[in-house]
Design a protein around this ligand. Structure first.
Ligand code: AMP
Length: 300
């Protein structure tokens, strides 16, 4: 089942305690698409400027990602983000954000894209996310991501969006910020009471928590020693999760739990190198091998 994603496509500059990379391929929709592509065909909608290297588009196309919705706008510059990780590799500071052409992003979906059954609104303004929802006609499952910037600056718009989506993924500090609740279990349920049927709270190296009216559970992260660059961990988690759900064409509770596990495993690969470098070197079989180890690890 094809999966639609709308979100940022970026050139990132990343500093970790041991290494630094400038202008590498990034953006919420890029990490999401690539991760989801192990499971299902993906339709990507975003905008970049004329400084965008075409080889990045080709890289996405090689993995069955439909980039016909990626607009390359003349006379404009691509979204740029610069981040620096603390020695713990979990906390990071955003040093620079240049929205550039992404600041004027006003997605207009092609007819075929409007009929997508699985829809992911990757990190971006809730106003833009709502515009996407206005256009989709046949969506069975709509899930969104958000971040502290939108919780602070477009709170009313975000709350309005929450009433229209099936699921929300956000990280632990964002769930606390949105609800004013320090207890993460209470915070997760409070977010759910704002509208979505389910909420996934990402906890970085500590895994992810799931909240619905009937279930609350936590899945641990896959323990990897090689954390090179955590950028895109959240997006690749969401990509693995939504990709699996679209592949199964099902979002029953048991499938959602397996989908979360796949999200965790794809993210565990993603953090093992910069940009998409590690994911480029794996296939679905590698994810399945990690799944076997993960299941063994959780059996007691
Ligand atoms: P994550 O590590 O999963 O939180 O995602 C990091 C990615 O999000 C980077 O590749 C950035 O380019 C992208 N990003 C950072 N800030 C924003 C923003 N304000 N809107 C959309 N995408 C962003």
């Amino acid at each position: 089942m094809p999966l639609l994603v709308v979100g940022s496509v970026a050139l990132d500059s990343v500093e970790t305690p041991t290494a630094k990379r400038d202008d590498i391929l990034g953006g919420s929709a890029v990490f999401f698409s690539y991760a989801a592509s192990y499971f299902t065909p993906v339709k990507l909608v975003s905008v970049v400027g004329e400084d965008w290297p075409n080889e990045h588009t080709e890289l996405l196309q090689q993995r069955n990602i439909d980039t016909s919705g990626l607009e390359v706008r003349a006379g404009a510059e691509t979204f740029r983000w610069r981040g620096k990780y603390q020695p713990n590799m979990n906390d990071r500071d955003t040093l620079e954000v240049h929205l550039n052409v992404f600041g004027e992003f006003d997605p207009v979906l092609a007819e075929e894209f409007r009929r997508s059954k699985f829809v992911f609104l990757a990190n971006g303004s809730p106003i833009v996310q709502a515009k996407v929802l206005d256009q989709v006609t046949d969506a069975q499952l709509t899930v969104a991501d958000t971040m502290d910037l939108w919780i602070r600056e477009q709170n009313d718009e975000l709350r309005a969006l929450l009433k229209r989506i099936d699921g929300l993924v956000l990280n632990d500090s964002e769930a606390k910020l949105l609800t004013g609740e320090e207890n993460l279990v209470l915070a997760g349920h409070k977010v759910r009471e704002m509208g979505p049927r389910f909420v996934v709270v990402k906890k970085g190296e500590h895994g992810a928590m799931f909240f619905s009216k009937y279930e609350t559970y936590v899945l641990p992260a896959y323990p990897t020693e090689q954390v090179v660059d955590p950028t895109g961990a959240g997006d690749s988690f969401a990509g693995g999760m939504m990709g699996f759900l679209a592949e199964q064409d099902d979002f029953e509770p048991v499938t959602l739990k397996r989908a979360m596990a796949y999200g965790i495993l794809v993210a565990s690969y993603n953090v093992e190198d910069f940009s998409l470098d590690r994911m480029q070197r794996i296939e679905r079989d590698d994810i399945e091998r990690r799944m076997e180890k993960y299941q063994k690890m959780l059996l007691f």
